[in-house]
Design a protein around this ligand. Structure first.
Ligand code: KIV
Length: 323
């Protein structure tokens, strides 16, 4: 463990003292560095990477290898924040053994401190197996995007007494399976509040109200890198998409108009050196070895003509002074 790393004991002390836990997703080095500088406690290398970084329509397609690549990047960048590797769809669904094997990959190859997995049901024995293997696990119930189709879309969960009770028992079961924290996503505020009260481990809310022990948001959502309609719980603390678009448009305009680069962006050389250089230009141009220059410049090489440039092998060797 890196020195200064936030520990699981620190997290439970935060719950005990009513100190809010701050979590955000991170997928790359600049984002992770800025989050650490901002004092964020937990960085989740979320499978939302599939949508906000990799351009997929849902979280389902992201692979273990892609998640490991992103997790390594975040883990090597930060010291204090706890780094959570988010187990992608398919990495824990088949068996406890496979779940443990993939959780180990997150820790050994990805440098994650802990892992997160979605759901209860079969995820309970997966979580228990991973904890038994020495890997701390964060649970995740409520809206679990990997099961979006089964849940009938991105919908608030636990809006009836029966469903709320089910959520509570799932969260308690995850705690009993050894999870050190549980994410509650898109859950009515009073339900999340009761679950938070009932659990001894911290709850981290996303669309679950202010009474959770901590909050998590997706980096691209909170910075306004995603645009258009967002879920109700998203608060955009900046409008970075607009700033980036404006900057890129201005850059493109300036390159096309010649306004960029301006003298202050360029390098000069001493006058006397420049004079010497200018005098040498003509003779340098005239003395260029043009034996490489063949008709191929004007006429692409025909297949089977010997070399890519269309020159004979002998000609190339001769040009290098090897024959
Ligand atoms: O993958 C993710 O970003 C998440 C958060 C939305 C909790 O699971």
């Amino acid at each position: 463990m890196k020195p200064g790393k936030l520990t699981l004991t620190d997290l439970s002390a935060m719950k005990e003292h009513g100190e809010k836990i701050v979590m955000v997703t991170a997928y790359d080095a600049p984002g992770a560095r800025l989050a650490e500088e901002a004092g964020i406690d937990i960085l989740l290398v979320g499978d939302t990477a599939a949508m906000v970084v990799l351009g997929h329509e849902s979280t389902v397609p992201v692979t273990m290898d892609e998640m490991l690549f992103l997790t390594r990047t975040v883990a090597r960048t930060v010291e204090r924040p706890l780094v959570v590797g988010d187990m992608p769809f398919g990495s824990f669904n088949v068996s406890d053994d496979e779940a443990v094997r993939n959780a180990i990959r997150f820790v050994k190859e990805g440098g994650a401190d802990v892992v997160k997995l979605e759901g209860a049901g079969p995820s309970l024995s997966r979580a228990a197996a991973m904890v038994a293997a020495g890997i701390p696990v964060m649970g995740h119930v409520g809206l679990t995007p990997q099961s979006e189709t089964m849940l009938g879309g991105f919908k608030t969960q636990g809006r009836t007494a029966a469903k709320a009770r089910r959520l509570l028992s799932d969260a308690l079961a995850l705690e009993a399976a050894g999870c050190f924290a549980v994410v509650l996503e898109a859950v009515p505020t009073p339900v999340a509040a009761r679950i938070t009260e009932a659990l001894t481990v911290p709850t981290i809310g996303i669309g679950a109200g202010a009474e959770c022990d901590g909050q998590v948001l997706v980096y691209h959502d909170l910075l306004g890198l995603t645009e258009g309609r967002a879920p109700r719980f998203v608060k955009r603390y900046a409008q970075l998409a607009e700033s980036i678009r404006t900057a890129l448009t201005t850059y493109a305009d300036e390159v096309r108009s010649g306004a960029y680069p301006a003298p202050e962006h360029t390098y000069g050389m001493p006058e006397d050196e420049l004079e010497l250089f200018s005098g040498a230009v003509a003779s340098e141009v005239n003395s260029v070895d043009r034996s490489f220059q063949t008709d191929a410049r004007a006429e692409p090489a025909r297949p089977g003509s010997g070399t890519a440039s269309g020159a004979s092998a002998e000609g190339v060797e001769h040009a290098h002074g090897k024959s």
